[in-house]
Design a protein around this ligand. Sequence first.
Ligand SMILES: [Zn+2]
Length: 268
Amino acid sequence: MIHPARLAIATVALVFAAELGPAIAQTSLTSGGPVDPALIEDLVAANRILAEEGVLDAYGHVSIRHPNDPNRYLMSRSRAPILVTASDIMEYDLDSNPIDPQDRRSVIERFIHGEIYKLRPDVKAVIHSHSPAVIPFGITQVPMRPVAHVASFLWVGVPVWDSRDAHDPASAGMLVRNAALGKSLASRLGDKPVALMRGHGNVVVGPDVQIAVRRAIYTEVNARLQTTAIAIGGPINYISAEEGTARDAAATDFARAWELWKKKALGK
Ligand SMILES: [Zn+2]
C-alpha cells in the first residue's frame, strides 16, 4: 500500500500531467497518476548505479512500468544516466509518446521500452545499455552462456538481435528509432531476461528495477569472464541448466547488494 502522504509528495515532485490541464488538452494522453517517490528514487538510483558499474556511459536508459497503469512507463529525459534526477523522469504511453514533455527531449531509442512492455506483461523494468563486454558475443558465433553463479539466470539462453532482421528503412542506422524496430527487438527477446543487439549492446528486463539492474551488471561481468575463459582455452564447464533452474527458484540475499549500490550511487 502507498501512503496518501507519499502520493502527495510524489505529485509535487514529479509535476505529472494530471496537474497540467493545458498539456492534457494538447496531447489527449492521460497520466497513470502520481507515483510513490520511493519507486522514483529507485529508478534514479538505477541510472546512477549502472553508470558507476560501467554498464551505462553517456548513453543507455532505464525505465519502469507505471505501478498504477500497465499502459504507461517512466523513464528519464535524454540525459547522461549519472546526472539523472527525479525531475528528469517522464511518463510515456506504450507507443512511446510522452504524456507531458514540457521542454524535455526524449531519448531516441525509447521504442525499445514501449514495445517490450507491450509484449511482456511480466516485465516491470527495462534497461538498454551499450554494455561493452557483451559486444563480442553479438558479432561472433559464440553464444553467451553463464560462467559465474551470479549470472546463472543466463542459462535460459541469450538471443542476438540484428537490426537488419527487421527489414526496416531505418535498420542500417542501427538505433531503435521507431516502433517497428522496437517490436522486432522485443520479439527476438521473447521470454528471456537478456537479448544482445549486434554491434550495439543489449536489453535486460526484470520483474522490478532492482532485479533488472542486478541482471544488467552481472551480464556485463559474465561477458568479461566468459571472454577470459575462452582466451584460456579448452572446454568450458558452464553453469548447467539444472544449476540455473535451482538458483532461479532459490531465495537470495540480493537486498544487501542493492543497499550498497544505492548508497554509493546516491550518497545516502
Ligand atoms: Zn543504444
